[in-house]
Design a protein around this ligand. Structure first.
Ligand code: TYD
Ligand code: MG
Length: 479
C-alpha cells in the first residue's frame, strides 16, 4: 500500500522514474538520475481531501483596454536591442552562457547603468562574495553606482528582503543553479531545486512588477544545465556566446515574448569590462588577410542589422584515408550540402581534400544566404585564386546548383558600400537592386558560373608555388 516517496529525476531533462537506472530513457543521457523527494516530480498529493471546487474567473476578449507595458531601457544600446527595447515590467529573462564568458560582468554593468539612472537595481550573487563583486565593480569603474548588492542563495530570504521598500526595477540573480528553496528537499543545483526556485522568483516578478534576470550556466554539450527546464517558464532566453580566445561576445535572443528573436548585440571584452560594438562589420573585417586565397566577404543580416563578415576556407589534399571536414561558426550540414553541389553540378572534386571553414571573429552564421560566400571561399582556396578584395558575396545555393534570391538585398548592398566594397556577387534575381551608391552588381545565376569565374581569376596567378600535391581546380572548370 505504501507508495514510494522517492523518485529519481534526470538532471538533464527532468524526466522522473521510480527506480534508479543508468540511462535516462527520455533523453538518452547516462548517469544523470539523482534521487529526489516525491514532491519534486510535481505530483503533489492531495492528502485524501475531496477535490477542490474551482473558483470562477472572468474571461476577456482579445480587444479591449491594453495595459501598456512601458519598457525600461538600460542605456546600453547593444543590450536593449536584444531585449527588444528594454525590460518589460514583471518579465523574467534567462541569460545563458558558458562559464567565464562574461555574464556577471555584463549584468553588473547593466545593473549599474540602471542604478545610475535613478532606478532601484539589486544584484544578488550566489557564487561570489560581496567583496568579490565589489572588487570587480571597482575595476569596471562602477563603484559609485547605487546598486544594492548581496551574496545570498535562499530564494525565500531574497524575496522577503526585496519585498521591502519600493519595488526594485531590476533584480539580477547570479546564478539560478546556486539558488535553493525551503519548500523542496533536494540539494541545490538539482533540476527540482532550480525549477522550484525559478518558479518562486517568477511569481515574485509577476506580483511585484520587478524585472528579473536569471543567470544560467551552460553545460559542455551546449544545453542550459538544469535551467533547460526553466527555459519554457521565462519570458526571454538570452544566450551570451563567444569564442574564449576572441575578444568578441555576442548576445542573442533565443526566445523573446516581448521582442524579436533574431537580433544580436555585439560586445568586446576589454580590461574595463564589456564595451559595446556599434559597427560590428568594421570589427569583423578589421584584420582581413588581403590578397590571400580562400577568403570571401559575406554580406549578412543579423536581425535588422546588416553585418559583413569574412568566411575563410582551407582546402588541402588529405593525408588520411578519409577526408576531414571541420567548420567553425557555420552549420556543418550546410557545408556538406555546398560541397555536394560543387561536386555534382560544378565538377569540383573535393573528395580527396580536407576542408576547413571558419567564420572570422567568432560569429555564428545561421543564414542560408552565406552559401555563396562559403562556396566562393572554398573554390578560391582550391584554385589558389585570391578573390577580389573589394567584392562581397551573398545568395542561397539550391541543390540544383542555382543561386536563389535572399531577403534584404538593399540593406546588404548599402552596408557593403559603406565599408568601401565596390562589387557584389548577388543572385540573378537581384539584378535590378543596384542603384546610386551601391556596389556594382555581378548577378550570378548558378554556382557553376561562379566557379568558372573564380577559376579564371586563378589563371594569371597560377604560381610555381604548388605544393607538389594535386592542386588547382579540376580541368573541367577551366572552359
Ligand atoms: P565573468 O563575468 O566572471 O564570467 P561569467 O559570469 O560568465 O562566468 O567574466 C569572466 C572573464 O572575463 C574572466 O576570465 C576575465 C574576463 N574579464 C575581462 O577580461 N575584463 C574585465 O574587465 C572583467 C571584469 C572580466
Ligand atoms: Mg559569473
Amino acid at each position: 500500500m505504501a507508495k514510494s516517496t522517492l523518485s529519481f529525476v534526470c538532471q538533464n531533462c527532468g524526466a522522473a522514474y521510480n527506480r534508479w537506472q543508468g540511462k535516462c530513457e527520455s533523453c538518452g543521457e547516462w548517469n544523470t538520475l539523482v534521487e529526489e523527494g516525491a514532491a519534486a516530480t510535481g505530483a503533489i498529493p492531495n492528502g485524501g481531501r475531496p477535490p477542490r471546487k474551482g473558483r470562477l474567473f472572468a474571461l476577456e476578449p482579445l480587444t479591449g483596454e491594453t495595459h501598456d507595458s512601458p519598457r525600461l531601457p538600460t542605456g546600453i544600446a547593444e543590450f536593449d536591442r536584444v531585449t527588444g527595447g528594454g525590460f518589460v515590467r514583471g518579465s523574467v529573462l534567462l541569460m545563458a552562457g558558458d562559464p567565464g564568458i562574461g555574464k556577471s560582468t555584463l549584468l553588473i554593468q547593466v545593473a549599474a547603468a540602471l542604478a545610475r539612472a535613478g532606478q532601484r537595481a539589486a544584484y544578488i550573487s550566489g557564487e561570489e562574495a560581496v567583496a568579490q563583486v565589489r572588487l570587480r565593480a571597482g575595476r569596471l569603474g562602477l563603484a559609485d553606482a547605487p546598486v544594492e548588492l548581496a551574496s545570498e542563495t535562499s530564494v525565500e530570504d531574497i524575496v522577503a528582503t526585496l519585498s521591502q521598500g519600493p519595488t526594485p526595477r531590476l533584480i539580477v540573480i547570479d546564478s539560478i543553479q546556486t539558488m535553493w528553496t525551503d519548500s523542496i528537499d533536494s540539494a541545490p543545483g538539482t533540476v527540482t531545486q532550480v525549477r522550484a526556485s525559478a518558479q518562486t522568483l517568477i511569481r515574485f516578478a509577476k506580483r511585484s512588477g520587478a524585472a528579473i534576470i536569471l543567470v544560467g550556466h551552460v553545460t559542455k554539450d551546449g544545453q542550459i544545465a538544469g535551467p533547460r527546464v526553466v527555459e519554457h517558464m521565462v519570458d526571454a532566453v538570452l544566450s551570451f556566446e563567444g569564442e574564449g580566445s576572441h575578444q568578441f561576445r555576442i548576445l542573442r535572443a533565443v526566445k523573446n515574448r516581448f521582442g524579436p528573436t533574431d537580433e544580436i548585440g555585439v560586445f568586446e571584452m576589454t580590461g574595463e569590462g564589456l564595451r559595446e560594438v556599434a559597427n560590428p562589420s568594421e570589427l569583423f573585417l578589421s584584420e582581413r588577410d588581403l590578397g590571400a586565397p580562400g577568403t570571401a566577404v559575406f554580406a549578412g543580416i543579423e536581425g535588422t542589422r546588416p553585418v559583413l563578415v569574412e568566411m575563410q576556407a582551407l582546402v588541402a589534399p588529405t593525408t588520411l584515408g578519409t577526408a576531414r571536414r571541420a567548420v567553425v561558426g557555420w552549420d556543418s550540414s550546410r557545408l556538406s550540402m555546398v560541397l555536394a553541389v560543387l561536386e555534382a553540378h560544378c565538377g569540383v572534386k573535393l573528395s580527396g581534400y580536407d576542408v576547413y571553414l571558419n567564420v572570422a571573429g567568432g560569429l555564428r552564421i545561421q543564414e542560408p544566404a552565406a552559401d555563396m560566400a562559403a562556396a566562393a571561399a572554398l573554390v578560391s582556396s582550391l584554385a589558389n585564386a585570391p578573390l577580389p578584395n573589394d567584392a562581397v558575396y551573398f545568395g542561397e545555393v539550391s541543390l540544383s546548383g542555382a543561386i536563389r534570391p535572399v531577403v534584404q538585398t538593399a540593406a546588404r548592398l548599402k552596408e557593403a558600400a559603406k565599408l568601401g566594397f565596390t562589387r557584389a556577387f548577388v543572385p540573378e534575381a537581384a539584378r535590378d537592386s543596384g542603384g546610386d551608391g551601391t556596389p556594382a552588381l555581378n548577378p550570378t545565376g548558378s554556382l557553376g558560373a561562379l566557379v568558372a569565374e573564380i577559376a579564371q581569376l586563378g589563371k594569371p596567378k597560377k604560381p610555381a608555388a604548388a605544393k607538389g600535391a594535386p592542386s588547382g581546380p579540376p580541368a573541367e572548370d577551366r572552359d
